[in-house]
Design a protein around this ligand. Structure first.
Ligand code: SAH
Length: 288
């Protein structure tokens, strides 16, 4: 079927509705057809700091673009103001696209916005996006799971309410149970995070990757270890947004860095140095 014909069979963004959609991690090629449909039909697009300009450029030319960015350290719109704005626009009979980086329900407060719409009787649809912890890793050539390394993975936010680490994380349990941990909003807390893992028995030589501006033309990947990551990050110029991956899967990048291969890097299919967590020496019986 022709693409336009297919697009025309997708749901219609009606007046008075809000579509709460994910824009993916950056590369415009990673948005869904439904998000594209929203961009082309919306009267107003309320977007976040992490939504790239190239994606906004796909909007209908008459669409009004409203910035509702929230970004660590910068003055930002209050969550309650953003939610209220969505209700106001919908009540004014607008077709509203609320566009968020990655997936709207992954560390993005999309759930809060949707509940606010519910409590005000505004009809909505949720359109998932490729979250940075999935798409960013794929562009860095790091698998989230691999038969050679792990059968579980954890997504974590490095951001607690008071600027430190989130208080509700049981680091000992995490270190023991989750061979791979992907951490969002962690750039300024790498030292704290590494200390927690080391205290909880993960080895200093455990591989760590820091992925900055994943899937954009500015993507940078730093490969380091739990023991070295804080120092290495200080030396490297790594910009937000960035995420951190802790675990043996980082080693598999040697064979899967397809973006690097485009730039001439030679890939290796040898996985003989890669070990599942259970076979590595761990120190879980520490005190404290
Ligand atoms: N809802 C988003 C996450 C919002 S929290 C999603 O699903 O991806 C913001 C954090 O996401 C950033 O601090 C960073 O850790 C991560 N992030 C988002 N986009 C990123 C990108 N292109 N590259 C690296 N990290 C990214």
């Amino acid at each position: 079927m022709e693409l336009t014909a297919y697009m025309n069979r997708l749901p219609v963004l009606d007046k008075g509705w809000v579509w709460l959609a994910g824009a993916g991690p950056g590369d415009p090629g990673l948005i869904s057809l439904l998000t594209l449909r929203g961009l082309q039909q919306a009267d107003v697009i309320v977007y976040d700091a992490l939504v790239s300009q190239e994606i906004l450029d796909m909007a209908h030319e008459a669409a009004v673009l409203e910035y509702a960015g929230k970004r660590g350290g910068r003055p930002s719109a209050k969550q309650s103001d953003i939610s209220e704005r969505l209700v106001e626009l919908a009540r004014a009979g607008k077709k509203v696209l609320r566009l968020k980086g990655g997936d709207p329900l992954v560390f993005g407060r999309g759930g809060e916005e949707a509940r606010y719409l519910v409590s005000h009787g505004i009809p909505f649809r949720i359109i998932p996006g490729i979250t940075a912890g999935v798409g960013g890793l794929a562009y860095a050539g790091i698998p989230l799971t691999d038969r050679h390394t792990n059968s579980a993975v954890t997504f974590l936010t490095g951001h607690g309410a008071d600027g430190g680490l989130a208080k509700d994380i049981d680091w000992d349990a995490l270190a023991k149970a989750s061979p791979v941990v992907v951490i969002y909003m962690a750039l300024s807390r790498v030292g704290l995070i590494a200390q927690q893992f080391l205290k909880s028995g993960r080895p200093a030589e455990e591989p760590v990757a820091v992925i900055s501006r994943a899937t954009t033309s500015d993507q940078v990947v730093l490969e380091t270890t739990l023991g070295r990551c804080e120092d290495d990050l200080k030396k490297a110029k790594i910009e937000a947004p960035a995420m951190i991956v802790v675990g043996e899967v980082v080693k598999l990048r040697a064979g899967l860095d397809w973006l690097g291969a485009l730039g001439g890097k030679k890939l290796s299919a040898d996985v003989s140095s890669v070990r599942p967590q259970g076979e590595r020496k761990m120190d879980f019986d520490h005190e404290g």
